[in-house]
Each structure stands twice: as C-alpha cells, then as structure tokens.
Design a protein around this ligand. Structure first.
Ligand SMILES: [Zn+2]
Length: 165
C-alpha cells in the first residue's frame, strides 16, 4: 500500500538545492478544486517530486503525477475515467529573479515563483486541472433521454451516423 505524502508544504529552493525527492499518494478528496469537476472523489494520484539545481544555478522541480480520475462525460453526463500521466518540469523563480522569456520558453516546462511554503497539493492540483480535457467524452455513448426506437437505434444515433458521411 502506497503511503500518503507526509510533506505537504516545502521550501522549493531548498528542496532543489539539496536535490531532495519525495513520493507518495494524494487522495482526490484532498484536492477541493479538482473534486468540483470529478464525478467521483474516491481514488488517488501517485505523485513524485524531485528537486535539482542545474549548472547555471537554476532551480527545478520535476513533478510526476499519475492516476485515473472519473470526470463527467459531456454527452451522456455519466462518469468516464480519464487516465492521466503527467510529467512536468517547473523552474523556480526566486524573489527578484528573472522570469524566462515567454517566446523562448518551451512547452515542456513552466516557471513558478519560488515560495518557502510551497504547497505540494496545490502544485499537484494545478497540474491535474491543466491536464484534464475541457469536454471529456466516452468514445461511444448516447445523450440522456435518447429514446430507443422500434429498430433498436435511437434517433440521435441515426443522426450521428448520418453526420459522419
Ligand atoms: Zn458518455
């Protein structure tokens, strides 16, 4: 059984400077902004966080999150599980430090302000919310109230099949 994260608030720069690492699980129920959009708050993410400092003195956090939250299908409104596997690289910008130029920044990393009380849960929650689809859907499902007609197909399904051509 995986352990829950014990360290929930950390000093980002110190964590990176010392090359520390932590891992554990985070329950969906501990992420209030996320549970607002989940169909079911039972379950957890497996999270790992590693800090390091590069040769140029920049501080980094590597955050990995995996899990399979249940979100609402935008078509039938039932739950649909959405497997997530996130790997983000976050650059910690110290107070007064220079933020990377947006144009030069590549998509694989993000800059965040270095706080001495960085919340691991907020970090995880932010990344998960960014990664969730805006309009999740089952690959195949019916809108609610789609009456099944005597031929066994709903008018919506017939219409949908029609639109594909
Ligand atoms: Zn659906």
């Amino acid at each position: 059984m995986a352990r829950a994260l014990t360290e929930l608030v950390l000093d980002g720069l110190e964590f990176a400077r010392c090359g520390r690492a932590l891992s554990g699980i985070v329950s969906f129920a501990d992420l209030p902004r996320l549970t607002d959009v989940l169909a079911d708050d039972c379950g957890h993410f497996t999270v790992s966080l590693e800090g390091h400092r590069d040769d140029e003195g920049k501080s980094w956090l590597d955050l990995k999150i995996s899990g399979e939250p249940m979100v609402y299908c935008q078509r039938c409104l039932a739950g649909v599980s959405f497997p997530l596997s996130i790997e983000s690289r976050l650059q910690l910008i110290p107070p007064g430090g220079q933020w990377p130029d947006d144009d030069l920044e590549d998509d694989s990393c993000d800059a965040i302000s270095a706080e001495n009380a960085l919340s691991v849960l907020s970090l995880v929650e932010d990344e998960v919310l960014l990664a969730l689809p805006i309009a999740p859907r089952h690959e195949q499902c019916e809108p609610p109230g789609a009456a099944v007609n005597e031929y066994g197909a709903s008018p919506f399904a017939v219409l949908a099949a029609f639109r594909k051509h």
